[in-house]
Design a protein around this ligand. Sequence first.
Ligand code: FAD
Ligand code: FO1
Length: 423
Amino acid sequence: MSRDQRVRHNWALLFARHKAALMQTPLVVVFTLAPSFLGAPLRHYDFMLKGLQEAETDLRSLSIPLLLLQGEPTEELPRFATAINAGIIVTDYSPLHISRRWKNTIAEQLTIPLYEVDAHNIVPCWLASGKLEYSARTIRPKINALLGDFLTPFPELEPLPTTPREPLVEWESVRQKLHANPGVPPVEWLTPGEKAAADCLNSFIQQKLSGYAVQRNDPNANAISNLSPYLHFGHISAQFIATKVMASHAPEEDRKAFLEELIVRRELSDNFCTYNDHYDSYEGIPNWAKETLTQHSGDKREYLYTAEEFERSATHEPLWNAAQHELVQSGKIHGYMRMYWAKKILEWSRTPMEAFDIAIALNDRYALDGREPNGYAGVAWSIGGVHDRPWFEREVYGKIRYMNANGCARKFDVQRYIKRWML
Ligand code: FAD
Ligand code: FO1
């Protein structure tokens, strides 16, 4: 268990349970807690460990033990598999370099089968497409053609026919041993875990889904689901969300708009990270974007800020500073503001490469839903035109789509947003 840290609606866990029944062997769920994960600070570990603690309790009620191994996954997991004489290992799927490196290194050390199940996407990433897709337009028909096969009901997770055990994880000592940077403190406004995620989904469907198509671009409207941290840590299944949204009574246009984001845009991001090795760097953007940004690399930058000035919301633009404050304080930037936030980093950085690295670093450091394919694809879209097309040419941006505060003011009450976040 790595990406999909939940008990219900988890195909990797269901498959492992199925294999245990076939092989008539016990089943153990293992989470390997690495000493660090792409520099994630305390904010993320607090959210993640509370979610894992809930999963451990829920699994225990099914007599399925959850074990937490602390250390390098590539050492701890093979050692543990040997120690318990494991018959097979089943894992979930993540396209990130760190996850692939772990799994490849572990697979090389094993003499038993290792199965990888895409429990995150509705249409498994490698079935939706076997290559890097150009945009939502090209992947959408491929996903839609297979949705029917994969939008199926989930079977129940059967308990193990053994007596329930005592908790096998010393959560306090796990927290002591973890050296997560307290510089980015936990958030209070969002409760971690599978139950809170389900409640978040229910209140979204009941109170916000109607009107989502129009309201979702207004950061003052509180119209978006706030499901992304739960999806990032796998506390909730996208497939489960999709089936609940489809079955809701919200207007068709709102359901369609939400499912486009949840299914097509989200699975396009996994496609991007699966088939583009440079998904988290400027190197990974398309050639047309590199050419146009290079052509304009000599343009005069009216404003220039360092990574540290961006981090401190120390720019001349109150709207941008407010978006950065929202990120630092709440661990999330509203989806519409996120595009504007990243594009201004392009406009006010020395080079596009530096802008790309700054946006990724700030997003991964502060965003609860960060270190996520959606984040890498989101930055690459904003700064490098990935999944987008050339627009009217202008200073600094070249043909990369432009956004500015006036554009925001046409969409929503900018002063209200600034007041809310410039505490
Ligand atoms: P809702 O509007 O309620 O959407 C529901 C779900 O649909 C989201 O949780 C997400 O899984 C998916 N979704 C929505 N918009 C997008 C999108 N543009 N691309 C892919 N999937 C989408 N998303 C992250 O999950 N983590 C990130 O680190 C992240 N960084 C981003 C950085 C930039 C520069 C940009 C432009 C976008 C980024 N996104 C990221 C995508 C999007 O902004 C967020 O997914 C969305 O705002 C999450 O909030 P929500 O769940 O309340 O959104
Ligand atoms: N997955 C693990 O298997 N072990 C970890 O120690 C771990 C830490 C971690 C910290 C922050 C974070 O945002 C994610 C983390 N994850 C960890 C992985 C995560 O759940 C996903 O597998 C990847 O982010 C892919 O989306």
